[in-house]
Design a protein around this ligand. Structure first.
Ligand code: G3P
Length: 216
């Protein structure tokens, strides 16, 4: 399973990169707005930090506007890929871009049918939002299970399932059990995944016992 980080904060990205577990980055307009920097400035810096794909989301809602933005975004870094919403225009743009060899992440997916449409449009990644489904009383992880099952029925589908809107480590654990290809994680979740109270207790005991070992 690959881990992407879901942020526009370059300090978080540098720290995750230093841990050796980072495969890529996803951004969206809300995350970019939080940085207080220009979209281009942030993405150019992120593309220099990481080797893996960096999802850059379009702001336009129409097909022509999305393609025009995509044309500029791919000049911001060799590893920039384009993130489009799961709308008719978004999937038209997805098809046009993937036909040209540009990687596309289709975002705002909330159903297996939407995921199937994105696969038909040649999406490199489909991003189902688990946390936002949980927020409205639906089971986000059930959507991942459904997409895994549907995609497995059709060998021609090579769209990767990128679990998004991840809120806690159980989302990651369950995504891995289901065989999702990627999870994009807020830095907080990466941090939480390292922690276990028995690791801390065990480390403290080893450190205490190490002091009892004669040095000569
Ligand atoms: O980047 C898309 C997705 O991960 C956003 O998550 O927490 O805003 O629902 P969230």
């Amino acid at each position: 399973m690959q881990f992407f980080i879901d942020t526009g904060d370059v300090d978080e990205i540098r720290e995750a990169q230093s841990l050796g577990i980072l495969d890529g980055v996803t951004t969206n307009p809300s995350l970019i707005a939080r940085t207080g920097r220009t979209h281009k400035e942030v993405i150019v810096e992120i593309c220099e930090i990481v080797d893996g794909p960096v999802s850059v989301e379009v702001n336009a809602e129409d097909y022509e506007g999305m393609l025009a933005e995509a044309e500029e975004f791919v000049t911001w870094g060799d590893n920039a890929i384009i993130k489009v919403p799961l709308t008719k225009d978004g999937l038209k743009a997805c098809k046009a871009l993937t036909d040209r060899g540009v990687g596309v992440n289709v975002t705002l997916c909330f159903s297996a049918n939407q995921a199937l449409l994105a696969a038909k449009a040649g999406a490199t990644y489909i991003s189902p939002f688990v946390g936002r489904l949980d927020d409205i009383g639906q089971d986000g992880m059930n959507l991942i299970a459904e997409i895994v099952e549907v995609y497995a029925n059709y060998p021609w589908i090579d769209t990767q399932i990128l679990v998004a809107s991840v809120r806690h480590p159980m989302h990651v654990h369950q995504s891995a059990q289901l065989g999702a290809d990627v999870a994009t994680l807020p830095f907080k979740v990466i941090d939480q995944m390292f922690k276990h109270p028995l690791t801390d207790i065990g480390l403290a005991k080893f450190a205490a016992d190490a002091k009892k070992v004669p040095t000569s």
